[in-house]
Write a protein that binds this ligand. Structure first.
Ligand code: GUN
Length: 292
């Protein structure tokens, strides 16, 4: 069994980008920039946005956080997005979700220029992914594929079973793995809440990607020997022995499934750290495409 170290891989990606950016600085060129828009006072969102900004700064990328009150009008937010669409110092625009109820998330996402859509949430980005054109892919699924490639895991002709059909993970990763490309070219099955006898499908998986948000859902009797397990779950479960009173577990019962698997991602330290690394990578890609 090989443990897939997402923390180490994410750090490698950040270092690669740091070197690229230092070259730009040496050449006296403009550097890539990311603006993150945070609306309201959701504590989880604040932590995410702070981590994203810090990650930018650590690799020498320009970073800005636009913090707006929860009462801001939809029009004001749309105007701010439009301003950054036309700002050559910012190549990536990220609006942290969720937004307050009086603002349409769809409208805001659609207002972001697809050239700067580093989250890959714009319908044009998603459409391009489905038809196999080069595009921005949302960061968690992009990170999963990056792990499969960097760990040289064979995907061609393999049966990938995805648990979950969210717009952020399940649907994009299913579409990525379907592409006739490196790190893909797989046979894909997507299971979801209406799937009966889920074990029938999971037992066929050469690569099992769990993204359902259900703690320790996948047990050892649901997988075949040699399976590659990618666990996207981040679930808090009560733990009286821990100082915090809880611990974080994935969607896969790691203890029982790991001995059967050929590769497996731990939680934490697997897929999670890849998300921000891929956001940085997408921002660098936007910079190269837009042309500095
Ligand atoms: N909220 C939870 N995850 C994400 C993400 O990846 N991007 C944005 N913009 N908001 C989120």
């Amino acid at each position: 069994m090989i443990l897939i170290d997402g923390k180490k891989t994410a750090s490698e990606i950040r270092n690669e980008l740091k070197i690229e950016i230092s070259r730009l600085v040496e050449l006296g060129k403009n550097i890539p920039g990311l603006v993150a828009v945070l609306v309201g006072e959701n504590p989880a969102s604040e932590i995410y946005v702070r981590s994203k900004a810090k990650a930018c700064e650590e690799i020498g990328m320009r970073s800005k956080v636009e913090k707006l009150g929860a009462n801001i009008d939809e029009e004001e937010l749309l105007a701010l997005v439009s301003k950054y669409n036309n700002d050559n110092n910012y190549h990536g625009i990220l609006v942290q979700l969720p937004l307050p109820k009086h603002i349409s998330e769809d409208k805001v996402i659609e207002a972001i220029s697809p050239r700067k859509d580093v989250d890959g949430f714009h319908p044009i980005s998603i459409g391009n992914l489905v038809i196999g054109k080069d595009t921005f892919v949302s960061c968690t699924p992009a990170g999963i594929q990056e792990l499969l490639i960097r760990y040289k895991i064979e995907t061609k002709g393999k049966h990938v079973v995805v648990l979950g059909r969210s717009n952020i993970v399940g649907k994009p990763i299913a579409n990525i793995m379907l592409q006739k490309k490196e790190g893909a070219n797989s046979i894909v099955t997507v299971c979801h809440s209406a799937t009966k006898n889920i074990s029938y499908f999971t037992r066929q998986a050469d690569i099992l990607i769990a993204a359902i948000g259900s703690p320790n859902f996948v047990k050892s009797d649901m997988v075949k020997e040699g399976v590659v397990v990618i666990d996207v779950g981040i679930n808090r479960v009560e733990d009286k022995n821990s100082k915090k009173g809880y611990r974080v577990v994935g969607d896969v019962d790691f203890e029982s499934v790991a001995p059967l698997s050929s590769f497996i991602t731990p939680v934490p330290g697997g897929v999670g750290p890849m998300t921000i690394a891929m956001l940085l990578k997408n921002t660098f890609k936007a910079y190269l495409k837009i042309g500095g």
